[in-house]
Design a protein around this ligand. Structure first.
Ligand code: UD1
Length: 346
């Protein structure tokens, strides 16, 4: 127990963070979680313990509180790496509240870098997003595909976050892996952890599961007149359990000093694009139910199609997605059902 490598995970009770904490514990790491609970729940800490048999250390902290961050780092010595998930992520809200997003997402990153430098913690995995590519002109997108202007302040914070990290890693003793996630979906197969959206979901999968649960009357498909095979938007949906494993791989790569550059980026997706209608129909078929949906107007800011070239992750990180659409739609539905055990519609 005493000589396990210790990983600090900011935002470790969130959707992707909690799945990553489980994967880290199962891979033999000791985990310390930092979370301000602004978009997560302490109940998830119990759930992590139920799944793994281990209760990680937990600190409730907002990373804007630099003094508290210093105090935690001086308590938690011998950190082998940090995974930084903690950030705001609602795209629409970020357009309305740019200062809130720039402050939270960038100042917290700067604090983390300062404190890591002070305590000589040299390995960092950063939570980036396919949103950095903007409205990409070539598909599939490669890591070398140039960024287009970000469509939201959320997207800008991810582009700027990467730039801050690249410039810092070029001159300081810090090694960074930035993972650009495509569309994370699904839940742990235990259905003890999953996505907990605040209010009306913005994203497709939680909207679908809430319609299936009878919590919302119907799903609106945002446009069916795009230049795609069935007219609806195409995305690269990645199972959150696969995504969690990409973080474990990245930590191992940094700790074993296998990285080739001080700043590396990887696309984390399946490499396969699926349309909104394909997702709806797979959800209906695998879960044997019928979903109420209608075709509505396009949502502003949506790209017609976005999917990853995953060659780099496969060849260099030695990671690739193992779970497919069946596991995605069944685990998402199983998770939604556990949230409403008394709902008679289910
Ligand atoms: C969005 C963000 C992205 C973020 C990701 C995960 C934008 C431009 N991108 O991706 O930065 O990293 O979420 O949080 O906002 N759809 C419907 N009906 C719905 C909801 C969605 O038809 O009720 C469609 C959308 O038009 C889209 C697809 O489903 O084609 C996926 O949408 P969503 O889950 O919101 O993800 P993205 O927009 O791809």
């Amino acid at each position: 127990m005493g000589n396990k490598q210790k990983i600090l995970v900011t935002g470790g009770l969130g959707y992707i963070g909690s799945h990553t904490v489980v994967a880290l514990i199962q891979a033999g790491y000791e985990v310390v979680i930092l979370d301000d609970l602004s978009n997560s729940s302490l109940m998830i800490l119990d759930r992590i313990e139920q799944i793994t048999g281990v209760r990680p250390s937990f600190y409730q902290i907002n990373l804007l509180d630099k003094k508290q961050l210093y105090a935690i780092f001086s308590d938690e010595t011998d950190l082998s790496a940090v995974i930084h998930f903690a950030a705001f992520k609602a795209v629409g809200e970020s357009v309305r509240e740019p200062v809130k997003y720039f402050t939270n997402n960038l100042v917290s990153l700067l604090h983390l870098l300062e404190v890591m430098d002070h305590f000589q913690v040299t390995n960092l995995v950063f939570s980036s997003s396919a949103t950095v590519y903007g409205d990409a002109r070539e598909l599939p997108v490669k890591e070398s595909t140039p960024f287009q202007k970000a469509l939201s302040s959320y997207g800008s914070t991810k582009q700027m976050g990467e730039e801050i990290l690249e410039k810092t890693a070029a001159v300081k003793d810090i090694q960074v892996i930035s993972l650009r996630y495509f569309n994370p979906v699904g839940a742990h197969d235990s259905a003890w952890i999953g996505e907990l959206p605040n209010g009306v979901p913005n994203n497709l999968m939680p909207y679908i599961t809430q319609v299936a649960a009878g919590l919302r009357p119907s799903l609106t498909v945002f446009g069916n007149d795009y230049d795609t095979p069935d007219g609806t938007c195409v995305r690269d949906y990645i199972h959150v359990v696969d995504l969690a494993k990409a973080h474990v791989k990245s930590c191992g790569r940094l700790i074993d000093k296998k990285n080739r550059d001080s700043f590396e980026v990887f696309n984390i997706g399946t490499g396969k694009g699926l349309s909104v209608l394909e997702i709806i129909h797979a959800f209906e078929k695998q879960n044997q139910l019928s979903l109420k949906y209608e075709i509505g107007p396009r949502r502003s800011g949506d790209s017609p199609a976005m999917y990853a070239d995953v060659t780099r992750a496969k060849e260099i990180l030695r990671w690739e997605a193992e779970l497919g659409l069946t596991e995605i739609v069944t685990s998402a539905w199983k998770w939604e059902q556990t949230l409403h055990p008394h709902n008679t519609c289910l």
